[in-house]
Design a protein around this ligand. Structure first.
Ligand SMILES: Nc1ncnc2c1ncn2[C@@H]1O[C@H](COP(=O)(O)OP(=O)(O)O)[C@@H](O)[C@H]1O
Ligand SMILES: [Mg+2]
Length: 279
């Protein structure tokens, strides 16, 4: 008998892998994000951009349940993330925090193996399946040759691949990466983003924070533009990136032109938004 699909049961709210609905969150008494709505579409790369301190990392931590909102909800695959067990969240999404630090002397293989923790318990110890997943994660990120090296002896680009490898070993198809290219030169940044694109091509949903606006535009299908804890715009880079928006979000004067090698807008900065007195 032919396989049958039961269509028509999914409504719009289930289309998003992950969403914030009216989320308010901060630290102590200080509210950083107030009533924010954001939708992460499935199977594409979503990139969050915005000025320093606007709340990008706070949003990513809230979407991965490291921070609990004081108002609103985060919805993961149709469920309120606040009601899920930590272990169940870890089996669905992996977060790579901004500037992670490995314990002194820890080897690449041991760090990546830590990605398997959510799958283990006193009943279910390390298995050959875990070893296979770790081996694949090392291979996919091109760091298998570095397995026995201490993480703190690696270059910035190698280290970033190792952290992504650990996040991959968690085995989730939803990855949240906070500034995976920070401190990398352009060639190494492109190398890491090509890897992120491979992960997307193999069916994963990726949410990342990037500082470089042109790389964000080039590598994402969905942009979320933040300023001062709020979302200014979200959508396809072609619809979102305009000179007006860049001015509003970053106080940047820029021209937006056609990218000569891609099908996305290219941002050419001119300078600060205010007119210099000697100009
Ligand atoms: N752990 C923390 N405790 C207190 N305040 C924090 C903490 N982390 C971030 N903040 C503050 O929250 C605001 C947003 O920070 P963050 O989300 O890290 O911004 P971004 O990632 O966009 O640079 C900033 O004002 C920052 O100082
Ligand atoms: Mg940040």
């Amino acid at each position: 008998m032919a396989a049958q699909f039961t269509a028509g049961t999914a409504d719009v709210k289930d289309v998003a892998r992950l969403a914030a609905r009216g989320v308010t969150v901060g630290y102590g008494d200080r509210t950083v994000i107030d009533g924010l709505d954001v939708t992460i579409p499935p199977g594409v790369i979503t990139t969050i951009i915005g000025p320093n301190g606007c709340g990008k990392s706070t949003l990513l931590r809230t979407l991965s349940r490291l921070l609990r909102p004081t108002g609103g909800t985060v919805v993961l695959d149709g469920e309120d993330i606040g009601r899920l067990r930590t272990r169940d969240v870890a089996k669905k999404l992996g977060l790579l925090p901004q500037a992670p630090v490995a314990p002194d002397g820890l080897t690449v293989a041991d760090l990546v193996a830590r990605g398997r923790h959510p799958h283990q318990s006193w009943l279910r110890q390390w298995s050959s399946d875990d070893a296979d997943v770790v081996r694949r994660a090392l291979a996919m990120t091109g760091v298998a040759d570095l397995a026995e090296r201490p993480v703190d002896s690696l270059s910035g680009g190698q280290r970033q691949r190792v952290w992504i490898s650990m996040t991959l070993a968690q085995g989730t198809d939803l990855l949240l990466l906070d500034e995976p290219t920070t401190y990398l030169d352009l060639a190494h940044a492109i190398d890491v983003l090509d890897l992120v694109d491979d992960l997307h091509e193999s069916g994963r949903t990726v949410v990342m924070v990037l500082h470089d606006l042109n790389l964000a535009t080039r590598y994402s299908d969905h942009l979320v533009v933040m300023r001062a804890g709020a979302v200014l715009a979200q959508g396809h880079p072609r619809d979102v990136i305009t000179a007006e928006l860049l001015h509003e979000a970053f106080g940047l004067r820029a021209r937006v032109v056609e990218d000569p090698v891609g099908d996305r807008p290219l941002i050419v900065p001119i300078g600060r938004a205010h007119v210099r007195p000697d100009a």
